[in-house]
Write a protein that binds this ligand. Structure first.
Ligand code: CTP
Length: 447
């Protein structure tokens, strides 16, 4: 019996896949099809796959062409599979020509001509093209524009700004550049907002009112009530409203949370997060200085994310210590917040005029998790125990500083109509609640 094996993602199964499987089957008597696991796809840069593994397997099964279906989970697995299943022929489409010649040591390798004119990426692109407008003047939008190119199905429609000085040529040359927000909304299905925090509420509200989806940098609003009001409006309008905090969408951070929740470090007693970026304000123009976010808005939401996601949003007490250098508009260069829970404590330290080690430590009764600086761009963490021999190092893929995963997830939310699994409304609202307390000077000690 001649055994043939082939591999693929088989997202949104199309006739190119079926033709490949038919020809693969015809090469022998028994066809094994390897379907890539979701995580494996992400680790090799395929971040837009639309169907989960189980659906992709089912689609391959329904072709009736596979005698056996297996899951491909790791780099190098093909060699293991070929040996394990005693495969005679490995085959894939000609888009891979040469890439699998190293398998010739184990079996015959055949590249079959790829069917022209169709691909999963093409179908994804045509199905879900969402026009997204950018809002704001921050250089961060340059990264968003660059990263959006990796997400099939997002097309940038334009930019609404009052200052282009920090924006790259590719952003300045978008089809529409305007200071009229309504004009941007006219040409967009969705907006990505990175404007000053005090503008967020009105900008989100205006977009949702017109039925546009919103991806906004945290905080979404400057009070808990306003935040909840925005989520209610999104629901009423059938639109997605999500926070674009990139850390929340990274695989390492997501896995860290799962590990903590599954009890690997025991009961969590403390979460300590530090985020700083030293800023040289003397290099900025007056307008850029006026547009600066204060430190608590810039870094506070990121630092609060693990606190609220691990310990919950129902803290019993809060104390804020802040170094405020300007009152109107309020500007702090350093802020430390302590959150007291019934059985745990958390602290965040954020600075733009103070430098510190940007690490995250989650301490538990059995061990702790350590994420080195800059933890918010996490691709690695360590689980540490009293006995170092038990320590575990965990590595994950992080491309494009995590921004592309955030964008891909936003698109998925729009497409499925389901709100974010990554940041709950309660967490968003709690972040806004802290902003509100800060703005009012509640629980605040000035240094
Ligand atoms: N394939 C093919 N002809 C096509 C598309 C895919 O022969 N038009 C083959 C690939 O060469 C591979 C298998 O089908 O052997 C599974 O490919 P997969 O990567 O799942 O499909 P693509 O459509 O190429 O997906 P993407 O656009 O995401 O890369």
């Amino acid at each position: 019996m001649v055994k043939v094996i082939t591999y693929g993602t088989y997202d949104l199964l199309h006739h190119g896949h079926i033709r490949l499987l038919e020809r693969a089957k015809a090469l022998g008597d028994y066809l094994i099809v390897g379907v890539t696991a979701d995580d494996f796809d992400i680790s090799r840069g395929k971040i837009n796959v639309q169907q989960p593994l189980i659906e992709r397997i089912e689609a391959v099964r329904q072709t009736g062409l596979a005698d056996e279906i297996i899951v491909e989970e790791y780099e190098g697995q093909k060699i293991d599979d070929i040996r394990r299943y005693e495969v005679d022929i490995f085959t894939v489409g000609s888009d891979w020509t040469g890439k699998f010649d190293y398998l010739r040591e184990y079996c015959q390798v055949i590249y079959l001509p790829r069917t022209e004119g169709i691909s999963s990426s093409g179908i994804r692109h045509d199905r879900r093209e969402t026009s997204m407008g950018l809002v704001g003047s921050s250089a961060y939008l340059n990264k968003v524009a660059r990263e959006s190119a990796y997400v099939n199905g997002i097309r940038l429609s334009g930019l609404c700004t009052d200052d282009v000085s920090q924006l790259a040529e590719e952003v300045r040359s978008l089809p529409l550049v305007t200071d009229d927000y309504q004009r941007l909304l006219d040409v967009s299905d969705a907006v990505f907002i990175y404007s000053q925090p005090q503008l967020h509420f009105a900008q989100i509200q205006a977009a949702l009112t017109r039925g546009k989806h919103v991806f906004c940098e945290s905080p979404l609003a400057l009070s808990e009530r306003e935040c909840r009001q925005l989520y209610a409006l999104a629901q009423e309008k059938g639109c997605i409203l999500a926070e674009s905090l990139r850390t929340a969408y990274s695989m390492a951070y997501h896995r860290l949370q799962l590990l903590v929740k599954s009890g690997r470090i025991g009961d969590v007693v403390s979460v300590d997060a530090t985020c700083t970026s030293l800023l040289d304000a003397s290099k900025l123009t007056e307008k850029q200085r006026a547009n600066l976010w204060n430190t608590i808005s810039e870094w506070g939401p990121t630092a609060m994310l693990p606190v609220f996601q691990i310990l919950g949003t129902q803290y019993a007490d809060i104390q804020i210590v802040s170094h405020i250098v300007r009152e109107r508009p309020l500007y702090d260069t350093f802020t430390k917040i302590s959150f007291l829970y019934p059985h745990a404590v958390a602290s965040i330290k954020v600075g733009s005029g103070v430098k510190s080690e940007g690490e995250l430590v989650v301490s538990g009764t059995r061990g702790y998790i350590y994420v080195p600086a800059p933890w918010w761009k996490m691709d690695y963490f360590e689980v540490r125990y009293e006995n170092p021999a038990e320590n575990k190092r965990c590595f994950y893929q992080l491309d494009g500083e995590g921004i592309r995963y955030a964008l891909a997830n936003f698109l998925k939310m729009i497409q499925t109509g389901k709100p974010s699994l990554y940041i709950s409304q309660d967490v968003s609202a709690a972040i806004c609640g802290v902003m509100e307390a800060y703005g009012r000077g509640e629980h605040l000690v000035r240094i």
